[in-house]
Design a binder for this molecule. Structure first.
Ligand code: NAD
Length: 315
């Protein structure tokens, strides 16, 4: 049986599938040639990440396809309900990347409070000629310890982020209508400490947080828009490593320009893969190109998890 891993798969996943007798092809087929290739090459499974989309037209046109696999969490690039209705298996690997995304949120926060994103832009250009000016420019950083992180959406990644933040000595508050209480495990020096947290209202979290991090799925409307920004503390820092559109990008720019929001860190964008120029060029935004889950460890976990699910479903 042949599997097309159109957005790639970690070598460990490929090996495990090949050891079970599958043929795994990792060459990327352009979106407009996918249907033809799947049918001509008799692929039974199509594995994607976020780049390839699997819509109704493809599902209808490839009757021999048995399984669609998403390496990672969000399934917005797949018509999941329709595929299931047509009898296809649709799988993903929800837990495999939480740790990596959480670390990236913390990296953005650490970078933001000490202006690392900006210093890394200006030092190569002006570091030798304006050292003292730059030293002064970046001298008003703050520490994370003792500050309050407000988390919107307390699922796998929200809780993993909370664990790091608590481990760094931050206070954590959260809002999640579906997780009234949560136990966050923090491992310090090999010891596991269980910390009980309770959900607050979104308004309370926004009003109290020094930093806000979004970990909700893509919703019908932005979780953070004009009204939500108005509730936040002056000088708040906001991180979006969830999905583009979870934070209203127009409202974000307005609030960065007014000084209400001191800084934003974005890993995800509404118009991926062509984000707005005014976001990319904004002096108060640190940026990464949707790489929250892109670590070697997460990719290995994703590959292994896909391989074991595929073996269980197709063999
Ligand atoms: P999850 O399903 O475990 O958690 C999402 C949580 O959001 C749930 O607990 C749910 O109850 C809560 N929620 C839903 N609606 C809400 C609302 N209106 N207000 C507050 N909470 C709400 O998902 P996860 O694995 O933690 O992923 C969270 C987000 O991270 C998703 O959007 C996912 O696509 C994204 N993600 C990004 C990357 C990246 O590379 N940046 C990688 C993986 C996942």
């Amino acid at each position: 049986m042949k599997i097309l891993a159109n957005d790639g798969i970690a070598p460990i996943g490929k090996q495990q599938l090949e050891a079970a007798g599958f043929t795994v092809v990792t060459e990327t087929v352009p979106q407009n040639e996918l249907i033809q290739t799947i049918n001509n090459e008799n692929y039974v499974a199509l594995l994607v990440r976020s780049a390839t989309t699997v819509r109704k037209d493809l599902i209808d046109a490839c009757p021999d396809l048995k399984l669609i696999g998403r390496g990672g969490v969000g399934m917005d690039n797949i018509d999941v309900a329709y595929a299931k209705e047509k009898g296809l298996h649709v799988i993903n690997t929800p837990a495999s990347s939480s740790q990596s995304v959480a670390e990236m949120v913390m990296a953005h926060l650490f970078g933001a409070v000490r202006f690392l994103y900006d210093a890394n832009r200006t030092m190569p250009v002006n570091g030798a000629t304006e050292f003292k000016t730059l030293k002064k420019k970046y001298a008003k950083g703050v520490e994370l310890r003792g500050k309050t992180l407000g988390i919107i959406g307390f699922g796998r990644i929200g809780q993993a982020t909370a664990s790091y933040a608590l481990g760094c000595g931050m206070n954590v508050i959260y809002t999640d209508p579906f997780a009234e209480k949560a136990t966050v495990n923090v491992t310090v020096g090999g010891q596991k400490i269980a910390i009980e947290l309770t959900s607050s209202s979104k308004e309370e979290v926004l009003a109290k947080a020094d930093f806000v991090s979004l970990h909700v799925p893509k919703l019908n409307q932005p979780a953070i828009g004009i009204e939500e920004f108005a509730i936040m503390k002056d000088g708040v820092i906001i991180v979006n490593a969830a999905r583009g559109g979870v934070v209203d990008e127009d409202a974000l720019i307005t609030n960065l320009n007014s000084g209400k929001v001191a800084h934003a860190a974005l890993d995800v964008f509404e118009n991926e893969p062509t984000p707005r120029e005014d976001l990319l060029k904004h002096p108060k935004i640190s940026l990464t190109p949707h790489i929250g889950a892109a670590t070697l460890e997460a990719q290995d976990r994703i590959g292994e998890e896909l391989a074991s699910q595929i073996k269980a479903l197709l063999l």
